[in-house]
Design a protein around this ligand. Structure first.
Ligand SMILES: *[C@@H]1O[C@H](CO)[C@@H](O)[C@H](O)[C@H]1NC(C)=O
Ligand SMILES: *[C@@H]1O[C@H](CO)[C@@H](O)[C@H](O)[C@H]1NC(C)=O
Ligand SMILES: *[C@@H]1O[C@H](CO)[C@@H](O)[C@H](O)[C@H]1NC(C)=O
Ligand SMILES: *[C@@H]1O[C@H](CO)[C@@H](O)[C@H](O)[C@H]1NC(C)=O
Length: 483
């Protein structure tokens, strides 16, 4: 394993090596081979030292890069899921969407899923291996731990005990999770990541408004998390950045931290010709560039910032204004404000998943000016799968796992100036360049960000930790020769 890691790190650092060696002209020749190593980022495929089997639990990068056979599972698992909200169809935020996509896919593969979640009256299960255990949430919106723990134990001592438990964030709290060795928690936003958002928000704060107390409280929240996170046996980081924080800042042993990047439904989000554009009355001659944004139209998602950037650009450049259309999917307070920018801005309101897929197909580039540094944004992955390049804020989950090079799009600091610069750059690059980046984006997304890939990675992790106590456990070993 040590050997594997060495080759991994030498690949990761190849760009740096090249720079250092190039400055020493006498040994430049030695570094020549480095030119042939593609170098994007820490999610580049590590060089497995020539096909040696290795322990998956200590694999340092995203499991999405590995290949897991798609044949039916060796046996069917009984899985408990704790989630504070099981989503109602399309209106699902990041954590709930993840819960839905992953666990429906696991149920489709035949596993027995037990979902511990608050009661929702519209909820019915059409699958006979999907069971709901409802409870009334606490006033704070959390699962009532005493009730769900009781429900879990009753089910565990029925016909068959659980093989594995999964909690989306603190669905099952640390007070209950501590004795479960076969448990994994998936994090969709941890306090340390939020510090970046706090800094951005403070810099953008109107000096006339009061400084929010969270700014000074956040560090203590991180310290609190560092103390209680070890009470979860296994941790799934949904971005490379969070994997690093969990190991380095939260000091969780590396064999208990696993990176599995989010995936989205590749059957829904795929390239397609669509009639959506003509329905929206956009007369698209070859000059028109269509930018797209989607999500809740709130301050947190950076809408005030891009509003101001567009307002200034439209005033500065009539050619830009004449050749750019911005489609906005979603609703929220900024929906109405956008109308002030004139007919170039089209607010489409909330779209369901099928409509959203058409929307992505219609645009030339997907723009996400989010100020929230937590979790791994699903909209970016959806747009990539459809084959669109991205433009997004430089937060670590995005620069580290998604837009890891200019091949896939553009990143900018969350300031009006930087955003304007990026918008002009996109506009100058034009559609031919964007289409090329879009193809690269789709290729990468098919490799890493499909729901199938995410499900395969979780399934393998669950098999591995379900049998963790056994002396011989093939599921925790990855054998590159067998894929
Ligand atoms: C429940 O389902 C019905 C019919 O499908 C729908 O009209 C209603 O809005 C749903 N209620 C909620 C709370 O989602
Ligand atoms: C679930 O049941 C198994 C088998 O009876 C038992 O070993 C295990 O401790 C139980 N887990 C919990 C959390 O009660
Ligand atoms: C965990 O195990 C300890 C020691 O056996 C026990 O005292 C504690 O009650 C258990 N906690 C839970 C939540 O089951
Ligand atoms: C528009 O641009 C002009 C100069 O090009 C400037 O004087 C004016 O203040 C700008 N208006 C707005 C609303 O930004």
């Amino acid at each position: 394993m040590a050997k594997d890691q060495n080759s991994y790190f030498s690949l990761r650092c190849c760009c740096l090596t090249l720079v250092i060696l190039s400055s020493l002209s006498t040994i430049l020749i030695l570094s020549w081979s480095n030119f042939f190593v593609p170098c994007y980022s820490n999610v580049q495929t590590p060089l497995q030292n020539q096909n040696q089997p290795f322990n998956l639990l200590t694999f340092p990068s995203a499991w999405n890069m590995l290949h897991f056979p798609s044949q039916s599972p060796p046996y069917l698992l009984k899985i408990a899921l704790f989630v504070k909200k099981w989503p109602d169809g399309h209106h699902a935020g990041g954590l709930e969407r993840h819960a839905l996509t992953l666990h429906l896919a696991l149920a489709k593969r035949g596993h027995e899923l037990h979902i511990f979640t608050p009661f929702f009256f519209n909820l019915t299960s059409s699958m006979k291996n999907l069971y709901f255990h409802f409870s009334k949430p606490t006033s704070g919106g959390y699962l009532d731990q005493a009730i769900v723990w009781k429900q879990f134990q009753v089910e565990n001592s029925s016909k068959r005990p659980f093989d594995v438990a999964h909690t989306e964030s603190v669905g099952l709290m640390h007070t209950r999770s501590r004795n479960l060795t076969n448990l994994a928690v998936s994090w969709h936003g941890i306090a340390y990541e939020s510090i970046h958002s706090d800094i951005i928000q403070e810099l953008l704060r109107d000096p006339k408004t009061a400084r929010p107390p969270i700014l000074t409280q956040r560090i203590l929240k991180v310290v609190e998390e560092v103390k209680f996170f070890p009470r979860y046996a296994h941790h799934v980081a949904t971005s490379d950045h969070v994997g690093d924080i969990l190991k380095r800042i939260y000091m969780i042993p590396e064999e208990r931290v696993h990176v599995i990047l989010n995936g989205v439904d590749e059957e829904i989000f795929k390239p397609e010709a669509s009639s959506f554009r003509s329905k929206n009355g956009i007369d698209r001659d070859y000059k028109t560039l269509i930018l797209g944004m989607a999500g809740r139209l709130v301050k947190d998602k950076g809408h005030p910032l891009i509003f101001e950037a567009l307002r200034q650009i439209f005033n500065e450049s009539s050619t830009f204004k004449d050749s750019v259309v911005v489609l906005v999917a979603g609703d929220g307070p900024w929906g109405d404000r956008y109308k002030e920018l004139g007919p170039n801005l089209r607010v489409l309101g909330p779209l369901d998943q099928a409509q959203l897929a058409k929307f992505y197909n219609d645009i030339d580039i997907f723009v996400n000016p989010t100020l929230r540094a937590q979790g791994l944004d699903h909209t970016l992955l959806e747009a990539m799968l459809v084959g669109k390049p991205l433009m997004a804020t430089k937060v670590a989950s995005i620069t580290g796992s998604v837009i890891v090079s200019k091949d896939f799009g553009y990143t900018f600091s969350p300031t009006v100036e930087a955003l304007k610069k990026a918008l002009y750059e996109v506009w100058n690059d034009g559609r031919v360049v964007l289409e090329k980046k879009g193809e690269m984006a789709r290729r990468r997304a098919l490799q890493l960000f499909t729901a199938t890939k995410m499900t395969a990675a979780y399934e393998r992790l669950f098999f591995c930790i379900a049998e963790n106590g056994k002396v011989v456990n093939d599921y925790c070993t990855y054998n590159p020769n067998l894929v």
